[in-house]
Every structure is written in structure tokens, then in C-alpha cells.
Design a protein around this ligand. Structure first.
Ligand SMILES: Nc1nc2c(ncn2[C@@H]2O[C@H](COP(=O)(O)OP(=O)(O)OP(=O)(O)O)[C@@H](O)[C@H]2O)c(=O)[nH]1
Length: 206
């Protein structure tokens, strides 16, 4: 089977960062988005960016920019849907998503997500990490999503569903558990303090 397509989720409001595009913030001489592209790009057959507003601000990246088709900033599922619609137009069966604000995402993201979905008719898998209290914690912006479920997702969003895990549980979604040793590969930059912490991680001083 072909590798999935990749979709980077950057469609949010970045309100904790004061607005704008978190992905365009510099970290160690590169933007967050370029770091995510460099990690996810080699794992997929083609890559697109889910973002809203004027696409021209991302022109330098050379990626298709997919706006949400369901407006009102309803959350990352709207970005997943935009990615699935794009993938359907490419004749693809699956996408893998990653958030634009996660510069340390796993280099084996796609391999592990696909392994966890082995044997499922329409593989649907979220990344997770071990958690001392809850067993595991899921990371809803990192997933393997089947194009076959896009109309179901559209209907669910139209019905008002917003929470990722409610929808994935509804379809028997699985978890791919990633090791928690070392740097958290799902560390995401939400605030200026997070950005400073990411700098410290890069410099080895965290
Ligand atoms: N397409 C799309 N993506 C979203 C939306 N809201 C959040 N996201 C994405 O989902 C991921 C996690 O988002 P959050 O941390 O909840 O939101 P954020 O915009 O990054 O930041 P805050 O506004 O500070 O919560 C990020 O990759 C966001 O770009 C949305 O309405 N549409």
C-alpha cells in the first residue's frame, strides 16, 4: 500500500500566543513550520498545510494550503476534514496529521501509526504517550485518518461534534503509544514560555 499523505494542522487562532501564525515563529534559526515539514515530509508521499486566511503568507513553503470548509474555528477536526477532502482529490486513502506547533514530532510517526492500525478495515489511529495516572494520554492532532470516513466526519461536524476523541472512539479508533523517554515528541508551543522552553530543549539546557 502507498504511504499516506501528510497534512500539517495550522488552522487555529493561536490565542495563547497572542494571535498570528505560531508556525512562522522562529526557533533556533528555522520556523516551527519548517521544522515540522522537515520531520513529516520524508514520512509521507505528499504534504499540505491546513490554514485559514490569506494563503500568500505561506507561499515560500511551496505547499498547497487547505482552508477549513466548516467555518467558525471549530477546532482541529475541521482541519482533518480539509485534509481528507484534499486527499480524496488525489486518489489517496489515508492522511497523517501533525500540528504546526510541535517541532520535535517523532521521525517514526507514520510507521507507528500504521502499525497500530494494522488489520483495521479503515485504519483510524491517534498517537498517545504513557501517563502515570491515566495509563496513556492521546494527542488528538497526531493521527492516521481514512478518507473513507470523510463524509461521516463532515456530518458529525455539521451536527456540532468538536471533540476529536469522541469521534475516533465512535469509529473504534486505536492508539499508537510512543515512548516517553527523552524529549516529549509531542511537546507543543502554545505560549511565549513554551517557545523559550523549546529553545532550551534545542540547546540542551532544558
Ligand atoms: N483547521 C483548524 N485547526 C485548528 C482549529 N483550532 C485549532 N486548530 C489546530 O489544532 C491544533 C491544536 O490547537 P490548539 O492548541 O487548541 O489551538 P491553537 O490555535 O494552536 O492555540 P490557542 O488558540 O492558543 O488554543 C493546532 O495545530 C491548531 O492549528 C480550527 O478551528 N481549525
Amino acid at each position: 500500500m502507498k504511504r499516506p499523505l501528510g497534512v500539517i494542522l495550522a488552522g487555529g487562532l493561536a490565542s495563547r500566543m497572542g494571535g498570528g501564525d505560531k508556525g512562522l515563529l522562529p526557533l533556533g534559526g528555522q520556523t516551527l513550520l519548517v521544522r515540522v515539514i522537515d520531520r513529516l515530509g520524508p514520512q509521507v508521499d505528499d504534504l499540505a498545510l491546513n490554514a485559514n486566511g490569506d494563503a500568500a503568507r505561506f507561499a515560500g513553503l511551496g505547499l498547497p494550503v487547505l482552508p477549513d470548509s466548516i467555518g467558525g474555528f471549530v477546532g482541529p477536526l475541521a482541519g482533518v476534514l480539509a485534509g481528507l477532502d484534499w486527499a480524496a482529490g488525489q486518489g489517496a486513502e489515508q492522511i497523517v496529521t501533525a500540528a504546526a506547533d510541535t517541532p520535535f514530532l517523532p521521525p517514526d510517526l507514520v510507521v507507528r501509526l500504521r502499525a497500530a492500525g494494522d488489520g483495521m478495515e479503515t485504519p483510524l489511529v491517534l498517537a498517545a504517550t504513557p501517563d502515570p495516572d491515566r495509563g496513556t494520554v492521546r494527542h488528538p492532532t497526531f493521527g492516521l485518518w481514512p478518507v473513507a470516513l470523510r463524509d461521516d466526519l463532515r456530518a458529525a461536524l455539521t451536527d456540532g461534534l468538536r471533540k476529536v476523541v469522541i469521534w475516533t472512539d465512535r469509529h473504534g479508533g486505536r492508539e499508537a503509544v510512543f515512548p516517553a523517554d527523552g524529549v516529549d515528541p509531542f511537546f507543543n508551543v502554545n505560549t511565549p514560555d513554551d517557545l523559550a522552553r523549546a529553545e532550551a530543549i534545542l540547546e540542551g539546557t532544558a
